[in-house]
Design a protein. Structure first.
Length: 479
């Protein structure tokens, strides 16, 4: 039972059928959210929100340390705080290498919608690490080229990366209303993109991808731009931006492998709509924060450690799965995503349903596992989840291996990935590299309060019991 927005008078809960239908959608989305965390970054990587003054950081969530743990212990748990209160906690577990050689490794679980204080605590904790290997599927063309890559592979990567940079340029232009004149300017305005640009704005032959303003009386790329100047924006009318690579020979013109690769970015249409991904919509519907907006992954000690979108699609195809539906759903482009967005909008507008679904979400996250996530995706879902979980974990462990062998000054490394990744990752960490469990830090992620929901402690207890049973039943059926 929840209170009406206007009074403190309890209102009847929504009909059971409506709640079950919404819960089913939420369950599927939340299961994928917990197990496949980070996949949506492929779609959101080229979004650039309007730069704003940084808000005051929310108060950090509480943390608690526990003694040694066993392999296979959970990374998510629900803790009863007292009558009418409970909280979802996420674990960060440390591992030490036998004999003391090598860095201490922290497997830090993530969920991608939570209370703002959760992300404040995580940011503080992870910024103290020597290295953070974080998830976030790279854009098409973002995979690392092997040293022996063929010219054809380098040309393909160049085309994909020019396309990626053009997407970032266009998104920045749409967000600010002002034409960006250099990649450095974009990196300064959007620090989260700087590390991506430093890493991926390089063509297949190791040369920086260039951008230049084209059109009558185009201004130099290094001109200082006043983004608040209406006259500056008017002066950009009729101009475009050329994103380019000069090919293998690094010279303008030519053909074949030496031919220029370019993409022209034109001025965005007035009032271009920002496409929110599914996780942003989930966060908004439940009154929570979205990790992609709350955390800064552009700091020097943070390193992207993930597959690219084209690698995931190819590996899923080879394994008998299909990644396209999941990726388009998470990015908000498919009919399923639009249906999910409609349901989430309905939840957001209803205090009663919002309270019920928030409790359900917490119960689902605490009980979700990759197997259920794969089953929820239908035929081929298991093969797809293997790629999403195990193949991406192998990238992290490969990066860790390189650190162990070539960076002896690194004393602490955190793998910051969705909680659904951790069972496989810790098992491999132990079997491949001889790491053993250390300690656990539990971080408050989502707080549930009967008082804040406007319901009695008795109704809160009933709601939790019902949500827990429903979540477990739906996950069991999904398997």
């Amino acid at each position: 039972m929840a209170v009406n927005d206007q009074t403190s008078t309890p209102v009847r809960p929504f009909g059971l059928a409506r709640i079950v239908q919404a819960a089913a959608v939420t369950t599927v989305l939340a299961t994928v959210l917990a197990a496949a965390g980070g996949v949506w970054a492929a779609g959101s990587a080229t979004r650039c929100d309007q730069p704003q003054a940084a808000p005051a950081s929310p108060a950090a969530a509480q943390t608690e340390n526990t003694d040694a743990f066993a392999l296979g212990d959970p990374y998510l748990r629900i803790v009863d705080v007292g009558p009418g209160e409970a909280k979802l906690q996420i674990a960060s577990k440390s591992f030490v290498k036998s004999g003391g050689a090598g860095p201490v490794v922290h497997l830090t679980g993530a969920i991608h919608i939570a209370d703002a204080g959760f992300y404040t605590s995580l940011q503080t904790m992870l910024d103290k690490m020597d290295v953070v290997l974080f998830e976030g599927v790279r854009p098409k063309g973002g995979s690392r080229l092997p040293a022996d890559a063929t010219d054809d592979q380098r040309q393909t990567a160049t085309k994909d990366r020019v396309e990626m940079v053009a997407g970032i340029v266009k998104a920045m232009w749409e967000a600010t209303g002002t034409m960006p004149r250099s990649l450095a300017e974009i990196g300064e305005a959007k620090p989260k993109l700087k590390s991506m640009l430093d890493d991926l704005a390089i063509d297949g032959w190791g040369k920086p991808i260039g951008i230049e303003v084209i059109g009558a009386e185009a201004k130099p790329a290094d001109k200082t731009v006043d983004t608040d100047s209406a006259s500056e924006k008017n002066a950009d009318a009729g101009k475009s931006i050329r994103v380019f690579s000069n090919g293998k020979d690094h010279q303008t013109g030519g053909g074949g492998l030496s031919g220029d690769v370019e993409k022209i970015v034109t001025a965005p249409k007035s009032g271009a709509a920002k496409n929110k991904n599914l996780q942003e919509k989930l966060a908004k519907a439940f009154g929570l924060s979205y990790q992609g907006e709350a955390m800064n992954t552009g700091k020097p000690n943070w390193r992207s450690s993930d597959l690219s979108i084209d690698q995931i699609i190819q590996r899923a195809k080879e394994s008998g799965g299909d990644a396209s539906m999941l990726l388009s759903m998470l990015d908000g482009n498919s009919m399923l995503a639009k249906l999910g967005g409609f349901v989430l909008g309905f939840i957001e507008a209803s205090p009663a349903l919002r309270a019920t679904m928030k409790v359900t979400l917490v119960e689902v996250l605490a009980n979700a596992d990759p197997e259920a996530g794969g089953a929820a995706l239908g035929k081929g879902g298991g093969a797809l989840m293997k790629v999403i979980i195990e193949d991406r974990n192998d990238v992290v462990l490969s990066d860790l291996e390189k650190i162990i062998s070539s960076e002896p000054n690194i004393k602490s490394v955190s793998a910051f990935y969705g909680a659904g990744h951790m069972a496989d990752m810790e098992k491999k960490l132990a079997s491949r590299y001889g790491y053993t469990p250390g300690e656990t830090v539990w971080i408050d992620a989502v707080l549930l309060s009967a008082k804040e929901m406007g319901i009695s402690e008795k109704d809160f207890a009933k709601m939790r019991k019902s949500a827990s049973a429903s979540a477990k039943s739906m996950i069991k059926k999904a398997k």
